[in-house]
Design a protein around this ligand. Sequence first.
Ligand SMILES: [Zn+2]
Length: 381
Amino acid sequence: MRRSADHRVPPAAPVERGAAFGEEPLTDQSTAPAADRAARDLHAFIAALPKAELHVHHVGSASPRIVAELAARHPDSKVPTDPEALADYFTFTDFAHFIEVYLSVVDLIRTPEDVRLLTYEVARELARQQVRYAELTVTPYSSTRRGIDARAFMDAIEDARKAAEADFGTILRWCFDIPGEAGLEAAEETVRLATDDRLRPEGLVSFGLGGPEIGVPRPQFKPYFDRAIAAGLRSVPHAGETTGPQTVWDALTHLRAERIGHGTSSAQDPKLLAHLAEHRIPLEVCPTSNIATRAVRTLDEHPIKEFAAAGVLVTVNSDDPPMFGTDLNNEYAVAARLLDLDERGVAELAKNAVEASFLDAAGKARLAEEIDTYTARWLAA
Ligand SMILES: [Zn+2]
């Protein structure tokens, strides 16, 4: 989900932090102690597993700690600076409230130094979860429209990217996405920023489209995607998150999508599933996000099982993790439960993300090998 002030996503039921919402429970009440131990072991395995994250939003990754730091810089904001008060602030009563909180965080990103701080600190959180490689979805239009100079914005994210790689060993790459609700003007500005040789950042690998799907048909963005693809960027639009499978077909046909953000409704169309499987077009699945936005009613009804059964390349991602009370490790735990995976199965899931990533061949081979070595050591211990 790319955040916007659009409220056409069905209103969510009250959203709570913690067990009811994000944290995957270790067991249900009927589980025997041995199974409980196995679940704990699997969580520990996931926590230290080297991973790639392919669908996570820049501003949507601002944890309460990062938000507190930004809020302290801008005392005129109504966002609390005290971490405890922030925990309450991040407890959403409904989807409209979530949007309000999200936009108040957007309002804290006012200077290039704010952009740099956010980016660097997001990388720190990714590194803590053993994320070795992340494609971070950035919406430069939100910042340039608010008066941040485009050159300064690019310098800020690039500076943070290089510092994060040196300090944490986490490789960051960018996906610049069009905020769909802002229309073709935003598309024009985003493609300009992504393809102008004087501005385009070194870490940029892909071009996306987020925001609401209802009332924002994908085909109108074809000329912008054509330009981005001609400039060497990969196409990764959100599609089929809040609308039906036709939106995914549109993303494939008109936007030449190489991966699909969410693609949740693909499960309603067996032909589409077969097409995704045959052409190895990965889905960026974000289970907890789908529940939070009511794209899917409950985790147990999540179509990830149908995707896997149809042979689709499934990747697991976190979308806007702190806002949904989750993180990538928790999303892996959720997926492991839904797909009934053991350590080997979870390692394969992590390798799916490596395969679906836009790392070069050598980078993919290195990360896949690191996952294999880690898994072999874990199983031998
Ligand atoms: Zn998203």
